[in-house]
Write a protein that binds this ligand. Structure first.
Ligand code: FES
Ligand SMILES: [Fe+2]
Length: 415
């Protein structure tokens, strides 16, 4: 359990807040490159409580600026992309992608105002079909991390944007530290709805779970029993707001304190592992609402299960009312990491996971931290030649494991 003040510290993300300052130190996805076309080169986007406009110039470069014009506040979303920048539709002030004001058409020639004014603007970079932005202090800008899954050439990528999550980003990310939820929320739910096969491996009798920090965040481990049992680890929590699965990566980007955008990239390996040409930018799809006609969660998909659990915790879950158990140790670790990282930012240091070494940033290996699962959907067998770590290389004395009692319902399996 944590105090109200600690909960506020963990969940408020606007400018000037400790968590807002922390999350602004990391490159965050803004949109899919495929969302900005020649016909629709601009998009409004709210991130970390800031209303912004992202745009793609005719020369293919990108910009991200505050939506409200610095003159009298009209929306730059309705502006014109021209002369290397975006021109406000109200009185024509022209800004470049760095926020410099290039022109104020009605001001006297001798006016110095445009030289002193800086419109809020953030650097953007495109990688693997995602437009990323850095919204932190310019002098602390790190290298954009090149996660392995963004670089692989032996397949193609797709991007899915989930329905806006009506709650704090932390509820989604704490779920990434939660290894046991898969049994009831996913496998049991499917079994009760008459589709036990949909639960995949998560419905196996659950015998043990564990947690261990690793250099990029947090690892979870599990031991299942029964004919399809087995020991595994992975489903990486990548600090601070990512999830890495085999073949997919998720970013939980705070829209504001109580709304979150989930961007999911999936890598589809070519059947024989040969290099595959991605035709154009990775295509983007939008997952339909998780609600049915009655306004209830339909519970037909993994993401509707998760969405139900996260949103029903409330817009900002009141963590002063929770009761954490041994199975929540991953959540405790995540919060510790977040508090430590906020303290590091406060001291003027880099928080965990910031990349400054170009060699390290060239390709960040996450794949080798995953154990191959014993069910085949989505394995990267042919696509990757990464040597995965053996169990004894991954786990050390910090691996906290818990046995699930033999009498527990979770030891029975869901089907
Ligand atoms: S409000 Fe933008 S130029 Fe006047
Ligand atoms: Fe889940």
């Amino acid at each position: 359990m944590i105090t109200h003040e600690e909960n506020e510290r963990l969940t408020r993300v606007g400018p000037g807040t400790p968590m807002g300052a922390l999350l602004r130190r990391y490159w965050q996805p803004v949109c899919a490159a495929a969302e900005l076309t020649a016909e629709r080169p601009k998009q409004r986007i709210r991130i970390l409580g800031e209303d912004l406009v992202v745009f793609r110039q005719p020369d293919g470069s990108y910009g991200l600026v505050a939506e409200r014009c610095s003159h009298r506040g009209a929306s730059l979303y309705y502006g014109f992309l021209e002369d290397g920048g975006i021109r406000c539709p109200y009185h024509g002030w022209l800004y470049d992608a760095g926020g410099a004001c290039l022109e104020q058409p009605f001001e006297p020639a001798q006016s110095m105002m445009k030289h002193t004014l800086r419109h809020p603007a953030y650097p953007v970079q495109k990688l693997a079909g995602i437009v990323f932005a850095y919204m932190g202090p310019p002098d602390r800008q790190p290298i954009l991390p090149r996660w392995d899954i963004l670089l692989w050439e032996s397949g193609t990528r797709t991007i899915e944007i989930r329905p806006v999550l009506n709650c704090s980003w932390l509820q989604a990310e704490e779920n990434t530290a939660d290894v046991t939820h898969t049994y009831f929320l996913h496998a049991y739910t499917f079994a009760k709805r008459g589709r036990p096969q949909m639960g995949g491996g998560f419905g196996r009798p659950f015998a043990q779970y564990g947690f261990q920090p690793f250099p990029w965040g947090l690892l979870k481990s599990w031991i299942y029993e029964g004919p399809r049992g087995g020991a595994g680890w992975g489903n990486l929590l990548v600090f601070p707001n990512m999830l890495r699965l085999e073949g997919a990566m998720h970013w939980r980007v705070p829209i504001d304190d109580t709304h979150t955008r989930i961007v999911r990239m999936e890598f589809r390996p070519s059947p024989d592992g040969s290099p595959a040409e991605q035709p154009g930018e990775p295509p983007v799809t939008y997952e339909p609402s998780w609600l049915n006609e009655e306004g209830e969660y339909h519970m037909d998909t993994f993401s509707s299960h998760d969405g139900m659990a996260w949103e029903t915790q409330g817009p900002i879950f009141d963590r002063t009312a929770e009761h954490l158990g041994a199975s929540d140790f991953g959540i405790v670790l995540l919060r510790r990491m977040l508090f430590d990282a906020m303290a590091a930012v406060h001291r003027g240091e880099d928080p965990q996971g910031i990349v400054r070494d170009p060699e390290q940033a060239a390709c960040i290996d996450l794949e080798s931290w995953l154990a191959e699962r014993d069910y085949s959907a989505g394995t990267m067998e042919h696509a990757m030649q990464v040597r995965r770590r053996a169990r004894e290389e991954v786990f050390d004395e910090s691996h906290r494991v818990v046995d699930i009692p033999s009498t527990s319902t979770a030891r029975q399996g869901t089907s």
